[in-house]
Design a protein around this ligand. Structure first.
Ligand SMILES: Nc1nc2c(c(=O)[nH]1)N[C@H]1C(S)=C(S)[C@@H](COP(=O)(O)O)O[C@H]1N2
Ligand SMILES: [Mo]
Length: 328
């Protein structure tokens, strides 16, 4: 792992690796403290029901509605989905991504495709999207911090996009990388993770029809805080697998390194399938706080978490015969 320098610490204080790692643990603890509190009812809860739904800043997008995969559960309000975010490149507080992303420029955008595929290179986003019909998919999003939302995404099945690059027979995984622009992303100044943010999927997970490459939500282009202009949505996995603002896609033979797994392998596995039976070392995953509708209360809206976030019927067969505790 590359060594990072914490800008808040003077060079004269540069410490041995063990201390450095402990400091990272501490920072990570701080990063998660609000989430832990949130689980018990805290002050950063979404806005009261009377809040007016915002007019999303992005262009309106036309999309085919009513996917068979969409849930009919009560939607999270756009206000909450766009103001209560995890996007550490903009800061670790839930309000930071909306607050600190005004300098972020998602246009023009290109994605570099590399590794084990016949078609590789750098492609304009428009060319990647060309010829694909946009669909609306209403999915549950379950964060590892034990809260969840119901979000109407707009996007394209990832499989349709990946097939055009003609992955090789030995492409067993797909790796994704988020853009890292320190001038536009103030959170990159803090070594909470080993930037850039990276995620990965097994290729059969990437090709699964539920896996979406999203460009919008609530009928509009993605706002910066939700991962503009292009992010992954993998609804049966913890939210951190759904990597935002993608600039690289690599087909690999070996399992690629992923940011949260590298930072704390015991807490965040490569698979990260939602599993109520496997607790996080610091909290239970048996239930979740659903942020949806206007009826939020500190004690209410606690739901049982379902295996694979309720998508077991679609995806459980991908893991047949696997030990899902070891491969958490
Ligand atoms: N690049 C990047 N992608 C990211 C994150 C992040 O910090 N950086 N946070 C993840 C986490 S923990 C969650 S829960 C979801 C949140 O997506 P949302 O803000 O659109 O609801 O984004 C994921 N993708
Ligand atoms: Mo998350």
């Amino acid at each position: 792992m590359r060594r990072r320098t914490d800008p808040r610490i003077k060079p004269s204080e540069i410490t041995p690796e063990s201390v450095y790692l402990r400091r990272r643990e501490l920072l990570k603890g701080l990063a998660f403290a609000p989430a832990l509190l949130a689980g018990c009812g805290d002050t950063q809860d979404p806005q009261p029901a009377a809040a007016v739904e915002p007019e999303l800043p992005g262009k309106r997008l036309a999309a085919r509605p009513g996917s068979a995969f969409s849930t009919t559960e009560t939607l999270t309000r756009a206000t909450d989905a766009t103001r209560y975010n995890n996007y550490y490149e903009f800061g670790t507080d839930k309000a930071d991504p909306a607050r600190n992303s005004s300098r972020f420029r998602p246009q023009p955008w290109s994605v570099t495709v590399g590794g084990k595929a016949a078609v590789t290179g750098t492609f304009d986003l428009e060319d990647i999207l060309k010829g694909h019909a946009l669909e609306e998919r209403i999915y549950r999003l379950r964060c590892v911090e034990a809260w969840s939302m119901v979000i109407p995404w707009i996007g394209i099945p990832l499989a349709a996009v990946l097939k055009r690059f003609e992955p090789a027979a030995d492409a067993r995984y797909v790796a994704f990388t988020t853009v890292a622009r320190p001038a536009e992303m103030p959170g990159l100044g803090y070594p909470v993770l080993d930037w850039p943010y990276r995620e990965g999927l097994r290729i059969d997970e990437a090709m699964h029809p539920l896996t979406l490459l999203a460009v919008g939500l609530y009928g509009h282009e993605l706002p910066a805080q939700n991962g503009a202009p292009l992010r992954l949505v993998v609804p049966w996995k913890y939210g951190y697998k759904s990597i935002k603002s993608i600039v690289r896609i690599d087909f690999t033979e070996e399992q690629p390194p992923t940011s949260w797994n590298q930072s704390a392998p015991d807490e965040y596995g490569f698979y990260s399938n939602v599993n109520p039976a496997v607790s996080h070392p610091r909290w239970s995953q048996a239930t979740e706080r659903r942020i949806a509708g206007g009826g939020f209360s500190l004690t209410g809206n606690r739901l049982q978490t379902l295996p694979f976030n309720g998508y077991a019927e679609q995806v459980a067969s991908l893991y047949a015969g696997m030990d899902l505790v070891r491969n958490h």
